[in-house]
Design a protein around this ligand. Structure first.
Ligand SMILES: [Zn+2]
Length: 480
């Protein structure tokens, strides 16, 4: 297998979350009752005229800026003619060869090495209606989806393994969510992926015969489907057979790809410029106004987090994955002492406790009862030694279920760490007295039993003792 490499290109369609549809003022919303968000334009009624949505164009510009692409001030909408039940006009309006942007790239890290994938073009185009095939053989059409703006992103075949394709998509999704143009929820069809893949012996310049692979409905199926297809093609070549140029479907349940159609010739869509829309011209002011909305992107943010807060790669990656989580973290840190120890404490709590709560409850971090200042207060008590991590977790659970602050809970329930040496000394003495055997072992050199002794003392303080103070007391008393 390792003598071969894959050559993979992707075509991605992303639903833009504009307020209204691309060519009419119908709301762009998910989940409304079928066929309630429609008008003559998005139903494709004769004589209805499209009016271009300015925001959709702006979203295209924003994506182009984030993906380092060249923005074209002049672009043109075309009609792509074909018949399908979900396309009542008989054509889709798309930018075809006069794209809003071309020649971008995305650079990212895969398992320790860097890869740069070039983006060939980015087109703004309209979505078709949603068709649902019922078990009894009917096709149901929902035109709420018809006319929602899409951004089509076509890459060059720059990926060399299924893993690279998956990581590219993960990074792309992060960026598109950061700039706020799409939620990219694959389950809702807000991000869809088609791919093409060929294989060739490593070192060979010439491309192999490519296969188009469809029905990749999750990042996992992108990686699994392409991996299966790569293996299938390599086995054919090794057996002296040839790969047939065709379109195949990934079967998620059987974990195989199957022929969908063998390509006879390219489709002729009879593209021609849309006569109902003027060519699009955008000026510098338009681009500048959208450039102002470009946020710090995940890769830059990760670098900054590693520098500014002394976080390692893994922790920083997990914090910047979602912009809201990164913002939450920074607000927590703003409310803590400016010390490396506090930065790390906050990072660990956000990626473990906060993420756990979000996963368990399905809440959004923005709506969490435990706001950043509230979490910061709790963490400041750990930082200063007022409470232990164990007690802090207990307090955290109580904060989650009420509106009480950490200090209120700690005060009301008497959870403060016992640091007074005389109280702890009595407890340590008690433990030493009650555990003659362990103490004997310790004195004979089995230093490992110290943990058990400390544990007993902690138990007697009901978790409120300061483990460090207790440890020092044991060391003193046991003559170390
Ligand atoms: Zn409409």
């Amino acid at each position: 297998m390792s003598e071969y490499e894959a050559v993979i290109g992707l075509e991605i369609h992303v639903q833009l979350k504009t307020k209204t549809k691309l060519f009419c003022s119908c709301p762009n919303e998910y989940g409304a009752p079928p066929n309630t968000l429609v008008c003559p334009v998005c139903l494709g009624l004769p004589g209805a005229l499209p009016v271009l949505n300015r925001e959709a164009l702006g979203f295209g510009v924003l994506a182009a800026l984030a993906l380092n692409a060249e923005i074209h001030k002049d672009s043109v909408f075309y009609r792509k003619n074909y018949f399908y039940p979900d396309l009542p006009k008989g054509y889709q309006i798309t930018q075809y060869t006069r794209s809003i942007a071309t020649d971008g790239y995305l650079e990212f890290e895969v398992d320790g090495y860097r890869r740069k994938v070039r983006i060939e073009r980015m087109n703004v185009e309209e979505e078709a209606a949603k068709s649902t095939h019922t078990e009894d053989g009917f096709v149901l059409l929902d035109f709420n989806r018809s006319g929602i703006p899409l951004l089509e992103i076509v890459t060059f075949p720059d990926m060399r393994s299924p893993r690279e394709a998956r990581v590219f998509l993960e990074r792309l999704k992060e960026i598109l969510r950061y700039i706020g143009i799409s939620n990219c929820d694959m389950e809702k069809g807000e991000l869809r992926v088609d791919s093409n893949i060929s294989v060739r012996p490593k070192g060979q310049e010439k491309l192999g015969v490519k296969v188009e692979l469809k029905n990749l409905n999750s990042f996992k199926s992108v990686e699994d489907g392409l991996s299966f297809e790569m293996k299938r093609q390599i086995e054919l070549l090794k057996a002296g057979k040839r790969v047939v140029q065709e379109t195949r479907l990934w079967d998620e349940f059987e974990k195989v790809t199957r022929t969908m159609r063998v390509k006879e010739e390219a489709h002729d869509y009879r593209y021609f410029p849309e006569p109902d829309l003027l060519p699009v011209r955008i000026d510098d002011d338009f681009i500048i106004s959208w450039k102002k909305r470009l946020p710090e992107l995940p890769a830059e943010k990760k670098e900054r987090f590693m520098r500014q807060y002394s976080l390692n790669d893994d922790l920083a990656s997990r914090l910047v994955h979602e912009r809201d989580v990164a913002d939450y973290y920074e607000e927590v840190v703003r409310n803590l002492p400016r010390e490396e120890k506090a930065f790390k404490l906050a990072a660990n709590w956000v990626v473990t406790e906060i993420m756990r709560v979000l996963n368990e409850t399905g809440q959004k971090i923005k709506n969490l009862r435990i706001t950043p200042p509230k979490l910061a207060e709790l963490l400041s008590f750990i930082h200063s030694g007022k409470i232990s991590q164990t007690i802090a977790k207990e307090v955290f659970e109580k904060m989650f279920g009420s509106d009480r602050t950490a200090s209120e809970i700690i005060k009301e329930e008497g959870l403060e760490t016992v640091q007074e040496a005389d109280v702890l000394e009595k407890i340590v003495d008690q433990v030493i007295e009650e555990n003659e055997e362990l103490v004997e072992k310790y004195r004979k050199g089995k230093k490992g039993v110290l943990g058990a002794l400390i544990g007993q003392a902690m138990k007697l303080t009901k978790g409120k003792g300061d483990p460090k103070v207790i440890r020092d007391l044991f060391l003193k008393k046991l003559g170390d």
